[in-house]
Design a protein around this ligand. Sequence first.
Ligand code: NDP
Length: 329
Amino acid sequence: MNSQTVRIHAFGGPDQLVLETVPVASPAPGEVCIGHRAIGLNFIDVYQRTGLYPNALPLALGMEGAGVVEAVGDGVTHLAVGDRVAYASMPPGGYCERRVMPAQCVVRLPDAISFEEGAAMMLKGLTVQYLLRQTQPQGGLHPGDFILFHAAAGGVGLIACQWARAMGLRLIATAGSDEKCALALAHGAAYAINYRTEDFVARVLEITGGAKVKAVYDSVGADTFMKSLDCLAPFGLMATYGNASGKVPPVDIGVLAAKGSLYVTRPTLFTFLASRERTQAMADDLFGMVTSGAVKIRIDQRYALADVAQAHRDLEARQTTGSSILLPQ
Ligand code: NDP
């Protein structure tokens, strides 16, 4: 069987994304073949396209999707042909009609969640799950606590705003326009700062009455890292989990002492998804948040798979809000 698949043959700009017909093998032991109904777009795909996160070439991009199980390899017991499923995957390879992948990454999708929502929420929602539930400062996060969340109107960001509200946290959002700030507020942020026009450190001090926040979740990287440290209360936690503005430059670790015995972590989702049991437990938590209505998955951009280069251009130009999905024809 074949699959229309988007691959790159060299690292570079969106023009490197080429739609090709590639053969799909039968699943090996421990693998499953999924026919996609929808595919998630993530900023990580940009890092892989440019080579910031290097992989062997040619490379099929895409780490998130939803669809139907078409074939199952030996030893796979939790999935059957015909199941509705979704996943966040390592290795990449999701920009396609169908793919064979490790079954360990794949979970059954509740009937109440559509394929489009599944594709828009797995990588982003599991990221919010591990950030807000499993990446907390010493002593944990409690209702009323302030946290700072950058790029809060994006795919990960809008899920985080809603999830934080459900936990009773006071999430201070940053975003790159007044419209994006309004969106973050409408999704549960307690405060929002346009960090392209306002000094976010000064605003955080003002909002918290000088007490600062217990944790910062920073996916912007180079532009925000050092200033984010100035927003943290003593013993606060800096979770730097992305590089949308570029990689964080090397840091003199002594600044963590000077700024109040701070903690810094550089987590990645795929450490948290190391076993099928953990993946299922995190997915169950995410599905519960969505089916209860606490978190709504907002899909603001839909593209045909063949238009993936435009999707990348829009994402990199900060033109998108919420989640974006690709639809195979
Ligand atoms: P988003 O939808 O959030 O898009 C990225 C956003 O980053 C933009 O919309 C923009 O929002 C902001 N941004 C700030 N500076 C720049 C810049 N110079 N160029 C482009 N964008 C910029 O993407 P995702 O939801 O897919 O991912 C959010 C972040 O989370 C990414 O950095 C991603 O790598 C990271 N991530 C990390 C994971 C991990 O486990 N470590 C897992 C999943 C995601 P604005 O205009 O409001 O500033």
